[in-house]
Design a protein around this ligand. Structure first.
Ligand SMILES: NC(=O)c1ccc[n+]([C@@H]2O[C@H](COP(=O)([O-])OP(=O)(O)OC[C@H]3O[C@@H](n4cnc5c(N)ncnc54)[C@H](O)[C@@H]3O)[C@@H](O)[C@H]2O)c1
Length: 265
């Protein structure tokens, strides 16, 4: 499958990894439909892509809403005639520990509220589910071939301070095995399912964080730098173009080696 033949739907396509995936795919000749909650950013990204001669459209979409996602998929079909590649990059973090204690008394000072947990599940997990389902039902009915992705994270192993986020990233990492299996069971051919688990990527969010904390994190990364969003986009493109990638999770971490430093000491 060549990029110039595909219609790609990218949620969260108005910022960070999603924006770069949309731009890279468009630069390689794919037709790209962007869904995001941020209308101004959609307008910026779609005009930047169009200015470089890319084929793109955007629609304001909240991935937690079934009707919004259905409308996004219908818009992709109406505009570009098919859906082949789906990259659900819409995601949020709401970090915090479950139990926070007072330094003096050792007693519980604050807890992670249910809404702080639920909001991340809603976008990262349920949003990804709705996105893949609404794409797949159209792809199966029309026999359109392609790849459904999930965006996991190196933090799928369980990151302290991220019980909500890590739970979603662990979950979506196992979906390829489940969905490729279900498709095989039902005789659905030509729709592969892959998860991408990036390490620390230089999106505005990560570049804007406390630089000392970032330097500490990078001490655990073998290549000793942030991954560029385009390196993730190129890996996603490689998966699309190579049919051997299916039913598993591909880690792109630059060699995150948690613990290696403490063992060496
Ligand atoms: N940046 C990293 O280091 C990194 C590492 C691993 C995984 N990831 C994952 O990659 C994905 C993108 O991360 P990013 O760093 O590019 O983040 P980002 O904040 O730059 O972009 C996320 C986009 O999602 C959109 N969004 C948020 N809620 C939405 C909703 N309900 N409906 C539709 N759109 C919504 C935002 O408007 C934004 O445009 C996330 O799933 C994140 O967990 C990022």
């Amino acid at each position: 499958m060549k990029l110039q033949e595909v219609v790609a739907v990218v949620t969260g396509g108005a910022s960070g990894i999603g924006e770069t995936v949309a731009k890279y795919f468009a630069s390689q000749g794919a037709r790209v439909m962007i869904g995001d909650v941020a209308q101004e950013s959609i307008d910026r990204v779609t005009s930047e892509i169009a200015a470089r001669g890319g084929t793109v459209a955007g629609l304001k979409t909240d991935v937690t809403k079934d009707a919004d996602v259905a409308a996004l998929m219908d818009a992709a079909v109406a505009k570009f005639g098919a859906i082949n590649v789906v990259v659900p990059c819409a995601g949020i973090i709401r970090d915090g520990v479950m139990i926070n204690t007072d330094k003096e008394t050792g007693k519980v000072k604050r807890v992670m509220e249910s809404d702080q947990f639920r909001s991340v599940i809603e976008v990262n997990l349920i949003g990804s589910f709705i996105t893949l389902r609404e794409a797949a039902r159209r792809m199966v009915d029309h026999k359109w071939q392609g790849v459904l992705f999930t965006i996991s994270s190196v933090n799928k192993v369980g990151q302290v301070g991220q019980i909500n986020y890590s739970s979603t990233k662990a979950a979506v990492a196992i979906w390829p095995r489940i969905l490729a299996g279900e498709f095989q069971m039902k005789g659905i051919k030509g729709i592969r399912v892959m998860s991408i688990a990036p390490g620390y990527v230089g999106t505005p969010m990560v570049k804007g964080m406390n630089q000392e904390a970032l330097a500490e994190i990078l001490k655990d990364v073998h290549i000793a730098r942030l991954i560029e969003p385009e390196e993730i986009a190129r890996a996603i493109a490689m998966v699309v173009e190579n049919e051997a990638f299916d039913g598993t999770c591909l880690e792109i971490t630059g060699g995150v080696t948690y613990g290696a430093r403490s063992i060496a000491k």
